[in-house]
Design a protein around this ligand. Structure first.
Ligand SMILES: Nc1ncnc2c1ncn2[C@@H]1O[C@H](COP(=O)(O)OP(=O)(O)OP(=O)(O)O)[C@@H](O)[C@H]1O
Length: 362
């Protein structure tokens, strides 16, 4: 049976002799339901691995609590926490073959069809040919698959995975990712996956926690995070190509709020709480840009147009704004260099952020 996992004001301060204490995790709250897959997503150094290692019991907790199935675990050794841990660095037993490594725990528990279970899982993770090999002969991508299999075969109530697919080549990564998702759904393990790869997080996760500087910036479903980013960091980090972020000035009109961008014109926005005349950061996803009717939207000049067959990407100069704007077009639109185009977006997709705090202005 899967267990719930709760992080309650979890903190980690690293104290290294001769150095200032470093707060890697700064008070994290996270409530993961039984059977849910949550991705911890963030840039290098944001504290994802430290968080996972504290849950696993490989790192001490400075303060706060971790509860697995309602039981507080920070004082328990790793082996008593009832977790499956798929860390690449987690040692396999070198004298045993991969098959023996995978079957070890099952045989210790006297599971009758241990070998058949190993065969089935190995086939699903495309690693049957690795079963007779010894750990020292494996490449990093192969070791990663074995670590994943070893965590999965125990059918743990809570599964922790740290960058589980990072060493696989692009096509194997997609297939193993889908298989991991299928296995997780089938067996219902509560799962935390640490990744810096947003595609991995978007495709695997029921919900994702976007982290930066030791803090969870937003926790929600992939759609909530993409459609309704809580702040400038999340808006910038999630989405490919990234959201355009440019300076703008708010004007409150009787018909609604608009935001002016340089000398290029203005866009209507559904944000209602912006102060008239305030300088804000305007967020506009390249995918949300549409061609506007004459006399409305932003007047832009095409600097470069890339025809990527299924869609096009225009790099547009905007009068009065230093950085260019990226706009994605449908496959039937082709822009010429130097052409003038008018760009708009649905008002609910024109995001405003406070220039000081970076918080969303709604
Ligand atoms: N043992 C340690 N002693 C001191 N500082 C550490 C230690 N381990 C990690 N850190 C620091 O804590 C911060 C968070 O590290 P962590 O490994 O949790 O980040 P991460 O988000 O997983 O990044 P990455 O994806 O690069 O592994 C980093 O600035 C790192 O340098």
């Amino acid at each position: 049976m899967p267990d719930s996992l709760v992080l309650d004001q979890l903190r980690k301060t690293y104290r290294t002799r001769g150095r200032e204490p470093f707060e890697a995790v700064r008070g994290i709250d996270l409530d993961v339901s039984a059977g849910e897959l949550v991705a911890l997503l963030g840039p290098s150094g944001c504290g994802k691995t430290t968080t996972l290692r504290m849950i696993a019991g490989l790192e001490t907790v400075t303060s706060g609590d971790i509860r697995i199935g309602g039981r507080s675990v920070p004082d328990l050794p790793p082996g008593k926490r009832n977790l499956g841990v798929g860390f690449e660095s987690y040692a396999l037993y070198p004298p045993l073959t991969v098959r023996e490594n995978l079957a070890y725990g099952l045989k210790a528990r006297k599971v009758r069809d241990a070998d058949a279970q190993v065969d089935t899982l190995a086939a699903r993770l495309e690693m049957t040919e690795l079963l007779p090999m010894r750990p020292s002969g494996l490449s990093s991508g192969q070791k990663q698959r074995v670590a994943l299999a070893r965590a999965l075969i125990r059918q743990p109530p809570v599964l922790l995975l740290d960058e589980p697919l990072s060493h696989l080549d692009a096509s194997a990564r997609q297939r193993v990712r889908r298989e991991l998702r299928t296995l997780q759904r089938e067996f219902g393990y509560t799962t935390i996956v640490v990744t810096h790869d947003q595609l991995e997080a978007l495709s695997l996760a029921d919900r994702m926690a976007v982290m930066d500087a030791g803090v969870i910036q937003q926790f929600g479903t992939p759609d909530e995070i993409y459609d309704d980013p809580a702040n400038r960091f999340v808006a910038d980090f999630v989405g490919e190509p990234p959201m355009n972020l440019v300076d703008g000035v708010v004007e409150q009109r009787s018909a609604g709020t608009v935001v002016h961008l340089g000398q290029a014109g203005f866009l209507a926005t559904s944000a209602r709480h912006a102060t008239d005349g305030a300088k804000v950061t305007v967020g506009l996803r390249p995918q949300d840009c549409v061609t506007a009717a004459d006399g409305s939207g932003l007047t832009c000049t095409v600097r470069v147009f890339e025809n990527l067959l299924e869609y096009g990407l225009g790099t547009l100069d905007v009068a009065g704004i230093a950085a260019p704007l990226l706009a994605q077009t449908g496959s039937d639109t082709v822009w010429a260099t130097g052409e003038t185009v008018r760009i708009a977006a649905p008002p609910e997709r024109v995001y405003l952020f406070d220039q000081g705090s970076g918080d969303r202005v709604r």
